[in-house]
Design a protein around this ligand. Structure first.
Ligand code: ATP
Ligand code: MG
Length: 465
C-alpha cells in the first residue's frame, strides 16, 4: 500500500503529539502528585518539630488530661493539622509496643478513625517518621513525633492532614491533559496534513516539470517561491533545465552542421559523376574531374573519421592506449609525413627537440593532435611560412608546441576556434580539427592552449606523462 507523503507527515505529527501526551499523563502527572504529597509530609514533620515541645513536657508531670488536651488543641491550631497524642505501653515481643489515644484535637466522635501506622514505626525506632495512610475519605499524610521518658518511648504525637485534595487536583490536571491532548492531536493531524499537502503539491510540481523535461520540453522554468530545500531543489532543477536546453540546442546545431558539411561533398561528387558520364570528354578534362572526385572523397573520408572521433570523445567512449614512447621520435616521424605538403606550400618546418623524451602516453592520439596543429599551421597561413615544432619535458609535464609566423588569429575568432565546425577563414576546412584536439587533450588530463598575434601563432599541448 502506498501511503502519501501528506498522510505520513500527518501521522508522524500525531504520533509525536500522542507520545508527548503519554509522557505528561503517565510520568509527569503521577510525579507531580508524589511531589505534592512529599511536600505535605515535610510540612507536617516541620510542624511536629515546632509544636511538640509543650506536649512532650507533660510526660511524667501531674498535668491533668484537660490541660493536656488544651496543649494538643494549641499544637493543632499552630500547625493547622489534626494532632493526636498516643501513649505507648510496653508489651512483650512479638506484639511490640501498644499505642492508645490519650488526646485528639478533633472530636473523637466525628473524626475519622485512623490507625496511624507511622506512630508504631516511631515508637519502635524512637525517631520521627512520616508516611501516608489510606482512610475511608481518602489518603491522609501523617508525621509521628516520639517522646521519650526514662529511656523509652512513652508517647507519640501524630500530626495528620488529608491529602485527598492533592489527589483530586492531580486527577483534574490529568483530565485536562487528556482534553488538551485530544485537541492538540486533532490540530496536529489537520496541521500536519495541510503542511504536508502544501509540500506534496510543490514536489508534484517538480515531478511534472521533470516529466516535461523528459519529454523534451525545456521552455518553462519552475517558479522558485522560497529559499528552503524545495526552493533550492527547484532552482537546481531550473539550472539543469537551462543546461539541458543548451545541450539540446548544441546537439541540434551539431547535427544540422554535420549533415550540411556531408551534403556539400556528396552533391559535388554527384555532379562530377554526371559530368564523367559524358563519353565525349577529352582525357585531360576527365583526369581533372577525377582529381576533383578524389579530393571530395578524401574530404568525405576525413569528415566521417573526424565526426566519429568527436562523437566518441563527447560520449566518453574513446579508449586511450598509453605506452612508453620517445616523444622526440614521435614528433620527428609526424613532421616527416608533412614533407610533400611543406614543399607544396613552400613552407619550412624546423624541429627543436630535447635529445630523448621518454614519455608514457597514447602515441596514436598524441600524433593525431600534432597532425591537426601542423596541418593548421600549413593550411591557414600564407606560402613561405616558417613552422617551429618543439617538444620537451617541462615541470614534470610533456609540452609540445607548434608555432608559425602566419597572419595570426583575430582576437574575436580566438574565443571560438575550439568550437566544432568553427572556421575563421575561407580555407575550406570543416572546423573540427581543434575541437577534436582540445577534447583529446582534456581526455588525457592535459590541455591545449592557443596564443596568437600578428606574425605569430602558437598552439601548446601540455599533458601528464
Ligand atoms: N595556425 C593557425 N593560424 C591561423 N589560423 C588558424 C590556425 N590554426 C587554426 N586557425 C583558425 O582556426 C579555425 C579552426 O581550426 P580547426 O583546425 O578546428 O578547423 P579547420 O582547420 O578549419 O578544419 P579541419 O581542421 O577540421 O579540417 C580555422 O578555420 C582557422 O581559421
Ligand atoms: Mg584544422
Amino acid at each position: 500500500m502506498r501511503i502519501s507523503l501528506s498522510n505520513k507527515l500527518a501521522l508522524l505529527f500525531a504520533a509525536i503529539t500522542v507520545a508527548a501526551i503519554g509522557v505528561l499523563y503517565l510520568y509527569v502527572a503521577p510525579g507531580l502528585q508524589q511531589r505534592l504529597v512529599d511536600e505535605k509530609l515535610d510540612q507536617l514533620a516541620a510542624a511536629a518539630q515546632k509544636h511538640s515541645g509543650p506536649i512532650a513536657e507533660t510526660v511524667g508531670s501531674s498535668d491533668t488530661s484537660r490541660e493536656i488536651r488544651n496543649l494538643v488543641n494549641n499544637a493543632a491550631l499552630g500547625s493547622g493539622s489534626r494532632v493526636t497524642l498516643l501513649s505507648v505501653s510496653v508489651a512483650l515481643a512479638p506484639v511490640g509496643p501498644q499505642l492508645s489515644p490519650l488526646a485528639d484535637s478533633s472530636n473523637p466522635n466525628s473524626a475519622e478513625t485512623l490507625s496511624f501506622p507511622v506512630a508504631e514505626l516511631a515508637a519502635q525506632s524512637g525517631k520521627s517518621r512520616t508516611g501516608t495512610e489510606s482512610a475511608a475519605s481518602g489518603t491522609v499524610a501523617e508525621a509521628a513525633y516520639p517522646v521519650s521518658y526514662q529511656g523509652r518511648v512513652a508517647r507519640v504525637i501524630v500530626y495528620s492532614d488529608p491529602v485527598s485534595d492533592v489527589v483530586r487536583n492531580v486527577a483534574i490536571v490529568r483530565h485536562e491533559i487528556l482534553v488538551a491532548g485530544g485537541i492538540a492531536l486533532v490540530l496536529a493531524l489537520i496541521g500536519g496534513y495541510l503542511v504536508a499537502r502544501a509540500l506534496a503539491h510543490r514536489v508534484k510540481r517538480l515531478e511534472l516539470a521533470a516529466e516535461r523535461v523528459a519529454a523534451g520540453e525545456f521552455e518553462d522554468p519552475i517558479p522558485v517561491d522560497s529559499t528552503d530545500e524545495l526552493g533550492q531543489l527547484a532552482s537546481a532543477f531550473n539550472q539543469m533545465q537551462r543546461q539541458l536546453a543548451q545541450l539540446d540546442l548544441t546537439r541540434k546545431k551539431f547535427i544540422a552542421t554535420a549533415s550540411h558539411e556531408l551534403r556539400t561533398p556528396i552533391f559535388s561528387l554527384g555532379g562530377f559523376v554526371e559530368l564523367l558520364e559524358d563519353e565525349e570528354l577529352d582525357a585531360d578534362t576527365r583526369r581533372r574531374f577525377l582529381d576533383q572526385v578524389r579530393e571530395q572523397v578524401e574530404r568525405l573520408r576525413k569528415l566521417s573519421v573526424d565526426l566519429l572521433d568527436l562523437s566518441r570523445l563527447e560520449a566518453g567512449s574513446l579508449e586511450l592506449r598509453p605506452e612508453q614512447v620517445d616523444l622526440g621520435e614521435l614528433t620527428r616521424s609526424v613532421s616527416g609525413e608533412f614533407e610533400p605538403t611543406l614543399a607544396q606550400h613552400d613552407a619550412h618546418l624546423e624541429l627543436r627537440l630535447a635529445r630523448r623524451i621518454d614519455a608514457q602516453c597514447d602515441p596514436v592520439r598524441v600524433a593525431q593532435i600534432m597532425r591537426i596543429l601542423i596541418d593548421n599551421a600549413l593550411t591557414h597561413t600564407p606560402p613561405g611560412t616558417r613552422i617551429v615544432v618543439t617538444a620537451a619535458r617541462h615541470n614534470g609535464h610533456l609540452r609540445m608546441a607548434v608555432r608559425d609566423d602566419g597572419y595570426g588569429i583575430e582576437a574575436e575568432a580566438m574565443q571560438r576556434i575550439f568550437e566544432p565546425f568553427y572556421t575563421a577563414d575561407d580555407a575550406q576546412g570543416s572546423g573540427l580539427g581543434l575541437a577534436i584536439a582540445s577534447e583529446l587533450a582534456e581526455r588525457m588530463a592535459g590541455r591545449l592552449t592557443a596564443r596568437s598575434g600578428p606574425g605569430e601563432t602558437v598552439f601548446t599541448l601540455e599533458i601528464p606523462g
